[in-house]
Write a protein of this length. Structure first.
Length: 280
């Protein structure tokens, strides 16, 4: 029987770094089976929002439910694709070994990946057009290949929800379109996809729903109602002018490019390759 609950339900979430609030009293509901973009200026708390749900960064207050249940340390329900800049690409592991890490959660502490896990990992690589790179060291991949390798890891995890943190950074347009096609296929299979995104010109083409955030939630809902010029002005702190594109609104939004956000270091994890907290 299908689960009638939202994919993600967040109530009263507050997060701070060194006593400085990054997210404040966030209430957000993400329905199942949608592809949602999370948009806002640098330092708005977009990446922190994903990490707080996952438990990677601590919450000062608030509750998170995943598919109707309180979400603590069991992250098997969410497949996570981190920012490329937060990964140690020199770590001596192959693409196949990286993808097999997605099976660790279901194996438990004392079992090692075997023939079935290798078969599942290779099938995931095939699904994401990466089978021929299975024996390649992860640092030898292009940016788009690295993102697809992490998508394959999330896929083999068999999670119903995917979090992707700026997956199109340093990815060429052709590869970006290919990744979007793969993500829409997953969405059509009932997966919930949540993506931190910067390029406002692609919002309508890519997403069913959008969340505008700047320390707090400015707007969240279907793209047709939650992605307007007025709401973008509130999100970015002023009018967005001279965009020169038609996004379907009276005052269409402009494509905004951002520099890399400051790194916020968290204690190292025990699972390689290492991922450091980095807010966007």
């Amino acid at each position: 029987m299908p689960n009638p609950n939202p994919a993600i339900a967040i109530r009263g979430l507050t997060v701070a770094y060194d006593s400085v609030p990054v997210l404040w009293n966030v209430d957000l509901t993400i329905e199942q089976g949608v592809m949602m973009g999370v948009v806002g200026p640098n330092g708005a708390g977009k990446s922190t929002l994903l990490k707080a749900v996952l438990g990677v960064v601590p919450k000062l207050a608030g509750e998170v439910e995943v598919l109707g249940k309180r979400f603590h340390s069991d992250r098997q329900q969410i497949g996570y694709v981190p920012q490329r800049t937060s990964v140690d690409w020199d770590f001596p592991t192959t693409v196949l070994d990286l993808v097999k890490m997605g099976t660790y959660g279901r194996l438990g502490w004392f079992r090692r990946p075997g023939a079935k896990e290798k078969h599942d990992a290779l099938a995931a690589l095939e699904r994401f057009e990466m089978r021929e790179f299975a024996d390649r060291q992860i640092g030898e991949l292009s940016g788009g290949q690295q993102q697809r390798a992490f998508l394959a890891r999330a896929y083999v995890q068999e999670a119903p929800i995917y979090f992707l943190d700026e997956p199109f950074a340093a990815v060429d347009a052709t590869t970006e379109k290919a990744i979007i096609r793969l993500l829409k296929d997953l969405r059509d299979e009932g997966k919930t996809i949540v993506i931190v995104h910067h390029d406002l010109t692609t919002i309508i083409d890519y997403f069913d729903a959008i969340t505008l955030v700047n320390k707090k939630i400015i707007s969240s809902g279907p793209v047709s109602t939650a992605f307007t010029s007025d709401l973008l002005n509130k999100t970015y702190g002023g009018p967005i002018k001279n965009c020169g594109i038609d996004c379907g609104f009276a005052q269409p939004p402009v494509q905004l490019r951002h520099s890399s956000p400051p790194r916020v270091t968290t204690p190292p994890t025990t699972t390689a390759p290492s991922v450091e907290a980095e807010d966007a």
